[in-house]
Write a protein that binds this ligand. Sequence first.
Ligand code: SOE
Length: 386
Amino acid sequence: MEKKNLNVGIVGYGFMGRAHSNAFLQAGRFFDLPYRPVLKALCARNAERAKTFADNWGYESVETDWRRLVERKDIDLIDIASPNDTHAEIAIAAARAGKMVLCEKPLGRNASEASAMTDAVERAKVANMVWYNYRRVPAVMLLKHLIDEGRFGRIFHYRAKFLQDWTISPNVSQGGEGLWRLDIAVAGSGVTGDLLAHAIDTALWLNGPIAEVTAMTETFIKERKHNLSGQVQPVGIDDASAFLARFENGSMATFEATRYARGHKALYTLEINGENASAEWDLHDLHRIRFFDHRDESQLRGWRSIHVTDSDHPYMKHWWVPGLQIGYEHTFVHQFADFLEALGQAKQAAPTFRDALETDKVTDAVLKSAETRQWTEPIRGIEPRP
Ligand code: SOE
């Protein structure tokens, strides 16, 4: 396939800057894609560290102000891998400058920011996508195919949780590099926007829209030192968040996320129970789904543990030989490969900004419900432009 160059400028060199850069470099090596990403520029405020990152990952140049990056004529695509409080401003400016925009999750700090971002990319008619990477775990994609084939019948239950334990100590400070997720002004919320957002994105994709939620949140440690002010300050984020939901398809659901589940590092699990079948998936064992089909012959009926590594499983023919596993970083490679493939066909790869806006509407509803102690409906959407 003849390939066109696609000039990439990325903002941010943290955890996600690395995950995305790895995807840019690997996608074309394992997938036959219509575009060849050219790593044109890395943008971050610390010039020295930006230079080191750029050299390591092969970016041709460095910018220290994202506005300069967005103005550059030689950039086709802006990738936002910086903290949540930067997403809206950069995405809107990039779209107005006619750039394609990729954005790390959550799209905005709230639905109002996400809505303005969606509006900007749709008005500019630029390709856009949000890095909800767990959709691209082969086992999760297989689950999506099984659901779409109608194997589950009517869905009764959806269950998801995302458990971590890294903020239990009161000595963990808030704000600044690595710890901005604890700073409400930067993050927008705590585990609701950071962890539940993943669970909600996957759930909306697998099980359709959520009609209403009732939620409970808790902030266990009320004050922490702030790294920027040096002062002990109130903690504004939710440390834990749980909610019940009703989906529009009539199924009921439970969702839970916390950073206070001792021993759990990134235990994202989901489960779905339908009239004919059930399935479960667990990020700590990400290449497997457990699947039960009630229509199997009765004497042999039971839970199957499917090792999703065969060449006819989603994405797997692009990697090694059957039985050999892939991991977390591959989900980003798959997502970028899907983006470039869609771009070659003048299509959008999901989740688009509009898809991710739906997740932000649900997280807003969760936070509002926790505050008001009322069942709450996600607000209705901004209408697509003609
Ligand atoms: C938080 O610790 C975090 O890094 C999230 O921000 C990511 O989105 C999640 O995939 C893993 O956990």
